[in-house]
Ligand binder design. Structure first.
Ligand code: PMP
Length: 456
């Protein structure tokens, strides 16, 4: 029949076009490998945001001229860009995985297991105890046999308590295994492979890692110590394309301790609203804020996802409990990922979290502020450059000379673990992160070792 023949002919043409596309893709990868070679010889970073954005704009123009969907064109291009980056990195023989604070933490733990004493200034884990009522709630949950599967989004009592605290309905809350899983659930459900997520560096590496995991493209807005770690709104605006789906914010910031001024936050929210972008606001340090802090919730934007945690405020890292606050629709989508992966947060832990909400964290907050002041004054005496933290649990000083990993490794040999600055972004090899989660005496000893090693 004529229609069969027609179909066969069309399929033949599709096969041939597909083969052409694949040949072209291969040609592109071979060129990327050559670029990787040249960059390696010149000592240039593989990733170049400016060049990527130029190619995006070119592709968008072509898409407009040919009537191709801009979103699809960008998704396809972003997949090519990611592959090209991997090929270039391979060519340069560079391990694409960066050393992060968690890598150093694992190394420090191994050293400890072999009998070495370590001062832990690399990890954001408070040393003070969880609230006493949390312990009592744990025992009570066992006694009352509250150790079953629960609603994926959490037990009603805890969801209600969190909802009340935030003055929202309970269908906007999901209790998660730590803030970390809320971040993953948001990125995995609200961003598609090939779409773009903007992060502001230096940044906690998880946003990028989640994006990598699902095949989305991370675009980086860099900030500098000189500008007080304030993101440039014009630059942010210039990065947004029709392929951009989400901006990830984290204030008070890990690693810099920065809290955004209201004007900058207003500007970011306005941009997100204008382009209908999801605004992932990771606010796990919101209680550790030493200057007024307006979280994303105050803006009432329907596409915001606010991430909170019990880990830092109540020193409950090992309980693994946090929550997401988002629109009912986003929560529904995020709950699917949670249901598939973990069913629900452990029921006893949810009762512990409920009890913890009744505790006053102000003692913890005061202690953290005092410790950060101690670290700051010590670093000043060492003539180091850094921005005094407005919040969170860290200081992020610049090294007067050398690179982060050299110092981190030398210090680890001497029993002091700190985090390399480059774990929070490739451009920050001159920085290190020191966390204020140990007593002053220990932190003091750690910094004395740092001063000695820097003087060498
Ligand atoms: N967000 C940021 C910025 C963090 O630093 C951390 C912990 N290091 C988390 C989220 C996750 O914390 P948790 O999963 O323990 O709630």
């Amino acid at each position: 029949m004529a229609s069969d023949k027609e179909l066969e002919s069309l399929r033949g043409q599709i096969r041939s076009v597909t083969a052409d596309i694949m040949r072209k893709v291969q040609e592109r990868m071979a060129l990327a490998a050559q670029v990787g070679d040249v960059k390696g010889r010149l000592g240039i970073n593989v990733k170049d945001e400016k060049v990527e954005q130029e190619i995006r704009l070119m592709v968008l123009k072509q898409a407009a001229e040919t009537g191709m969907s801009a979103e699809f064109a960008l998704r396809l291009l972003n997949i090519l860009l990611a592959e090209s980056e991997a090929v270039q990195a391979q060519k340069q023989n560079r391990a694409p995985a960066r050393q992060t604070h968690l890598g150093i933490f694992q190394k420090a733990k191994q050293l400890e297991a072999s009998g070495k004493r370590i001062i832990h200034l690399e990890v954001g884990e408070p040393d003070y105890p969880a609230p006493a009522q949390a312990g009592a709630a744990l025992a009570e949950a066992f006694k009352l046999k509250k150790y079953h599967y629960t609603d994926t989004r959490g037990v009603p009592q805890l969801r209600d308590a969190i909802a009340k605290r935030n003055k929202v309905a309970e269908d906007r809350i999901m209790v998660t295994p730590g803030g970390r899983f809320a971040v993953f659930a948001a990125i995995a459900t609200l961003v598609k492979p090939g779409e773009e997520l903007i992060t502001i560096e230096p940044a906690w590496p998880t946003y990028r890692e989640c994006a990598d995991f699902i095949g989305a493209r991370t675009k980086v807005l860099r900030t500098t110590l000189e500008s007080g770690w304030t993101p440039d709104l014009e630059e942010l605006a210039s990065m947004i394309t029709s392929g951009t789906r989400m901006i990830a914010l984290n204030y008070p910031n890990n690693p810099t301790g920065k809290v955004l001024d209201k004007k900058t936050m207003d500007g970011i929210v306005a941009l997100a609203k204008e382009h209908r972008l999801y605004l992932l606001s990771d606010e796990v340090y919101s209680d550790y804020s030493f200057k007024p802090f307006a979280g994303a919730h105050a803006y009432g934007y329907d596409k915001s996802v606010i991430v909170s945690s019990f880990s830092k405020t109540y020193a409950m890292t090992g309980f693994r409990v946090g929550y997401a606050l988002a629109s009912p629709d986003s929560i529904k989508r995020m709950a699917k990922v949670q249901a598939v992966n973990v069913t629900s947060v452990a029921e006893p832990v949810q009762h512990v979290a409920l009890a913890a909400l009744g505790a006053d964290p102000q003692g913890n907050v005061k202690l953290m502020k005092k410790r950060l002041k101690f670290l700051s004054s010590k670093l000043k005496k060492m003539s180091m450059r850094f921005a005094e933290p407005d919040g969170a649990m860290y200081v992020y000083p610049e090294l007067p000379k050398g690179e982060d990993m050299q110092l981190v490794e030398r210090m680890l040999e001497r029993g002091v673990a700190i985090a390399p600055g480059s774990g929070f972004g490739d451009s920050y090899r001159r920085f290190v992160r020191i966390s204020a989660c140990r007593p002053e005496e220990e932190m003091g000893k750690g910094l004395d070792v740092m001063a000695e090693e820097m003087g060498k």
